[in-house]
Design a protein around this ligand. Structure first.
Ligand code: SF4
Ligand code: SF4
Length: 428
């Protein structure tokens, strides 16, 4: 099998095809700390792409509650168990090998491509270790919403874990779409070569003419974001709203600049920032420090990939929830969690400014700039490590620019307030 380089694992890995990289890559950051599970994103996608007969169970965007929720049910727990079975005790990271190019060290375990060689299905060895969810598992995308996990309770302790002054329970919302992976497992598994990754933006699509509905992609995708449609007898998946990314809608973008997808544009909680990152021919991210995604993901590593150990090099990144147990987060987002949470809890002025860009514009922001403002306050913050730090707040202005270099965002750290004149007082 050819070897490809996966920067999230810090090493080469086996993949059924030689590497070939797009010019730009569709990518996004979700800030879990801010999501209110309103599902506006879910409905924006549903009402755009999956409202037809045969798509009833399809939610290309879904928001589930962790640790118990999942669409389809227990998708991640099942695969984690399968990989562990293939490589018992071996799914570990060597954090000592961290470098700027290997921000999480080196993954010593097996990816879904490597673990597949140790398992045999009735048809023989497969290219990707995966499983095909049952119809029942697809039926309840939001099962266990708002269900909290607590510490183990003793007999007779009912209710104690959710009492004030301190809740001993936790949960968080996990927002999910297709990650438009660098090494898609769906593409690797397709026997018809019906799945392809676009050269211009790295979006992964299923050719509806070539697909024969074998469901190998459904089985292989670790994130279960490829879905079978029984009425057409072929598979479908998130298309990253590619007409918007191409800037082809003359009403929305007369100047042809790329727009964020529907789910991103609709986000009420302002937790989403989507963009395109420039890639070099060797697959590395071009060093463009004033691209907000590059800043959050590569430079600061405050946004982390979801289950990087699966090996698909997902292009969706998350700012982990600061309140959830650390081992759970490390299993989900890899060894970068401590660094990410420490930065998010007490952001410096540059990070604070870039965090304002989430959902600030419908146009994709390719570049940001910060204009320095006066100091307006400070407060003492206790980091999760127990260290106390003084956070200084500056009223900086952050500017965002679209693909043409036109300013589309101008925001200050302090939210401006306006006093209405007397003639507009409420009439009641
Ligand atoms: S998330 Fe799944 S469906 Fe999307 S590109 Fe990756 S492997 Fe394919
Ligand atoms: S719209 Fe935004 S805040 Fe609402 S559920 Fe979706 S990601 Fe969360």
């Amino acid at each position: 099998m050819p070897k490809v380089y996966n920067w999230q694992l810090g090493r080469e890995m086996e993949y059924p095809y030689e590497s070939a990289h797009p010019d730009w890559q569709f990518a996004f950051v979700f800030n879990i700390n801010r999501c209110i599970a309103c599902q506006t994103c879910t409905m924006a996608c549903k009402s755009t792409w999956t409202f037809s007969v045969g798509q009833e169970h399809m939610w290309w965007n879904n928001v589930e509650t962790k640790p118990y929720g999942g669409y389809p049910q227990n998708w991640d727990v099942k695969l984690l168990g399968m990989v562990e079975e293939a490589n018992p005790g071996g799914q570990t990271w060597d954090a000592a090998q961290k470098t700027p190019d290997r921000p999480f060290g080196v993954f010593k375990g097996m990816t879904v491509f490597e673990a597949a060689k140790r398992t045999y299905s009735p048809e023989g060895p497969s290219r990707v270790l995966g499983y095909l969810p049952t119809d029942a598992e697809w039926q309840s995308p939001n099962i266990h919403e708002e269900t909290a996990a607590g510490r183990t309770m003793q007999k007779g302790e009912w209710g104690r874990s959710a009492q004030l002054p301190e809740h001993n329970v936790w949960f968080f919302y996990l927002q999910r779409i297709c990650n438009h992976c660098t090494y898609p497992a769906c593409l690797a598994a397709c026997p018809r070569q019906a799945i392809y990754k676009r050269e211009e933006d790295g979006i992964v699509l299923i050719d509806q003419q070539r697909c024969r509905g074998y469901r190998k992609c459904v089985e292989a995708c670790p994130y279960k974001k490829s879905m079978y449609r029984p009425t057409t007898k072929v598979s479908e998946k998130c298309i990253a709203c590619f007409p918007r990314i191409e800037g082809r809608d003359p009403d929305l973008t007369p100047d042809g600049v790329p727009l964020e997808t529907r789910c991103m544009s609709a986000c009420v909680g302002k937790i989403r920032l989507q963009g395109l990152v420039k890639k070099s021919k060797d697959g590395n991210w071009a060093n463009i420090p004033d691209n907000p995604l590059h800043f959050l993901i590569r430079e600061r590593q405050v946004a982390l990939p979801l289950y990087p150990q699966f090996g698909t090099e997902p292009n969706g990144f998350y700012i982990p929830p600061r309140w959830a147990p650390r081992p759970y987060l490390v299993q989900m987002f890899g060894p970068g969690v401590d660094k990410s949470v420490e930065q998010y809890v007490c952001p410096d002025r540059e990070l604070l400014a870039v965090l304002q860009l989430f959902r600030a514009s419908r146009q994709i922001i390719f570049q940001f700039k910060i204009e320095k403002g006066p100091k307006v306050g400070e407060s003492e913050v206790t980091l999760p490590s127990g260290v106390k730090k003084t956070q200084e707040i500056f009223n900086d202005t952050v500017l965002g620019y679209d693909k043409n270099g036109t300013e589309v965002v101008r925001l200050t750290i302090e939210e401006p307030t306006f006093e209405r004149s007397k003639e507009h007082v409420n009439s009641i």
